[in-house]
Design a binder for this molecule. Sequence first.
Ligand SMILES: [Zn+2]
Length: 463
Amino acid sequence: MKLHFHGAAQTVTGSMHLLEVNGHALLIDCGLFQGPRRESFERNRHFPFDPRKIDAVLLTHAHIDHSGNLPNLVLQGFDGPIYCTSATAELTHIMLLDSGHIHERQAEAVSWRNAQKGLEPVDPLYTQEDAARVQPLLRGIPYDELFEPVPGVLTRFVEAGHILGSASVPLEVNEKGHTRTLWFSGDIGRRRLPLLRDPQLPAQVDALVMESTYGDKPHRNPEEAYEEMRQVITRTIQRGGKVIIPAFAVGRTQELVYNLNMMYENGDLPEVPVYVDSPLAVNVTDIFKKYPDCYDAETLQWIERGHPALEFRLLKYITSLDESKALNAREDPMIIISASGMAEFGRIVFHIRWNIENPRNTIMIVGWQAPGTLGRRLADREPFVKILGETFQVQAEISTIGGLSAHAGQDMLMEYARAAHAQKKGVFLVHGEEKAALPLQAKLEESGLKRVFYPAQGAVLEM
Ligand SMILES: [Zn+2]
């Protein structure tokens, strides 16, 4: 059995692992690598294996850095089943359509700029039509139901508590009379996140492949994040400004809506209109409403008491572009939540562009930002940023709220890794930059774990 680390190796995006066993090939996640345009285009277009030789895919969750390169896999000849939870299947379909749309728009914009310079047009990474070809291959499987994606591999989806439908995958691999156990964490959530159930810890396995996004530090507790967010919003409203929040349409947006719902319910915030400006987030919210069986007990009680979790009086979901543009003409204080989460594309880019030079406003960064993205440049407090080809001086307040992450912090990752007792083959840290993974590796070793690795792109584990 061979495990190839083909993505999210020593970086955060592009999750992709290939397991070769009994002459079959099983891909675990097929994420989009996100970074500078040309580099990411090349990496996403060229798989380090032949997509026609993949028998099946296990998909841990719908986030684009785990699912976003499936359209290319299918374009290049993969036609096997893609197993995931039912909620993930629904979310992935609409996320990929949205992603295809974004790639088309981006290619149009670059081609237009190229034309001005007498250069050739560029192709989109994939189109919406390409993305639609993934859906017929998606197979929704209930949590905790055993199944055999390829001969000799037994698996099930276990609650990962990260976003709706997110799962970890334990694998029992039987080859030539030997049994090996592996556990892929996928992205690990946190305890007490709004809406979602808590992540399930692994049982003892031979090898653990674990994310390490926040391996360098424990998170502040969610109550502190809630309080900080409340303070930032309050002072922005008091000075008559707008709060602009880039947020992933899946997960983060619903979490923010839930928090704001609580703040208003508790009378903790001055009343201003709240807009979720993202057609995708609207569709995602509808899917959230279809899967109350994925909610935690607290949310279910809240709903039973007659409060819809994702609706409140001041909240409006916006789909039309005209309504979106109309927000920019208004001067009154408001809260705008819009995608993409790293402010690389989508309507949020226009909201930031429009509001960044007004010191009354706040741009609130509420999640991890990939290097090279606008979100990262803002979070790094760069004084000038380039948006859609134009340079802007950052005059709005920039606030970064750390504790809202949907990823486990260092303490939870430690607990997770230790629960797996993966002393035979070890713990393999993925989905983390060096500055996060190396301190976690050191800390795990300090705690007595002997074999903790941080595999490079293309590394192979033989078992
Ligand atoms: Zn994720």
